[in-house]
Design a protein around this ligand. Sequence first.
Ligand code: ADP
Ligand code: MG
Ligand code: ZN
Length: 477
Amino acid sequence: MEYEPVIGLEVHAQLLTKTKIFCGCSTQFGAAPNSHTCPICIGMPGILPVLNKKVVDYTIKMALATHCNINRENTWARKNYFYPDLPKGYQITQFAEPIAEHGYVDVEMNGGKKRIGITRIHMEEDAGKSIHDEHQPASYVDLNRAGVPLIEIVSEPDIRSAEEGVGYLRRLHEILVYLGICDGNMEEGSFRCDANISLRPKGEEKFGIRAELKNMNSFRHVQRALEYEIKRQQYILESGGEVIQETRLWDDSQGVTHPMRGKEEAHDYRYFPDPDLVSIVVSDEWIEEIKKTIPELPLEKRERFVNTYDIPPYDAVVLTTSRELADFYEETVKNCRKPKIASNWVMGDVLGHLKEDKKDIEGSPVSAVSLAKMINLIEDGTISGKIAKEVFEEMWKTGKEPKKIVEERGLIQITDTGSLENAIDNVLKTNPAQVEEYKQGKEKLFGFFVGQVMKITRGKANPKLVNELLKKKLSAS
Ligand code: ADP
Ligand code: MG
Ligand code: ZN
């Protein structure tokens, strides 16, 4: 029997506010343990939370970007559970009336688009962090993260493969970062994912029993964990067993999932409306105001790049991986008007060097304008494409303007017919045997002559001109 995976993802994204959701403590990552805390976020009795409006602004932004309906009145709930990193004994979250529902994102899959539904987006506070020390019989609790604002984005069970799951995650990640509301750092836990997965016989409508996977800290982990879990469940079903509804942890070093705990149900948490917080009323004006702050999103940007710059979709995907990179590319094109050539330089040399130097585009020592100037030097014949590589290296190292480098190093292309003819005559004279062979019909040798001319002109000869002159000379002599 053939089985089909059914996957729904829950993503927790940390919002980029300066302060926590219900108090004024800093959200900065990496501070000394428990230094960013106050009575509110460590859950002292009798405290009163006060909502950070930025959290709602950012959530509305994400909701609009993912085509959700905004609930004009939405409420807070307490989710009760005991855990050492949750001293209050409950988490403030949204339950029955989340801020946003019924959205979707389109994921590019094998040249097409697949629409994945979003069930809901809600706001909540993060818990603290338990730190287990291997060398001591003790665990520690750091409450700096307690009260940091999160949004939870729950997808419909629309995903049908590990690739689709990762595609969906990449898309959400990209949108959050484009919107400037999440730093997307998966290692620091700013973007976390739980995956629900079940299998059903192909053609069957009813969903199977699912497992929930946790502890995946990168897209690669998610991909591998889903692939493993599909195989595991398939094996169970094929051998006549039943999948247990449970939470499982991904172990990346072993490449397997382990059972962690039985799945808890919503009623286990005894959700109830939080009596300390009023409901949030979202006006039309508020939504309109947020709408104005939404930039062009990656998918639309990609489509525009393909349409207006006539570059391949592959280029458009690479060039829009961040807003800053896309801006850099557009600035380059604006100043040289050669979209495909600019794309080649940005994707190849610029990204290559950035990767080597472990830098983002913001840290590029070559500005978009300088790159465009260099492309212009190639286009107007001042330097050859080959010399341009050398110029670019120097620009990267020194930050100097291309024109200056070309002048200082005497790299200007030789386009003067007289001196090129001299060089060619020289080459033909010193290689009489090859000239003879060429005339006997060994036309492959043409490349050899071009190479020799380039060699004695130290790469500065205009290749097009060399070709022309060389052809003329060889057929004449
Ligand atoms: P919980 O609150 O227990 O985490 P939800 O009903 O909110 O459960 O669902 C969580 C996620 O699980 C959603 O993304 C949903 O699409 C997905 N999901 C629900 N049922 C299944 C199933 N049978 N197989 C796979 N995914 C599922
Ligand atoms: Mg869940
Ligand atoms: Zn606090």
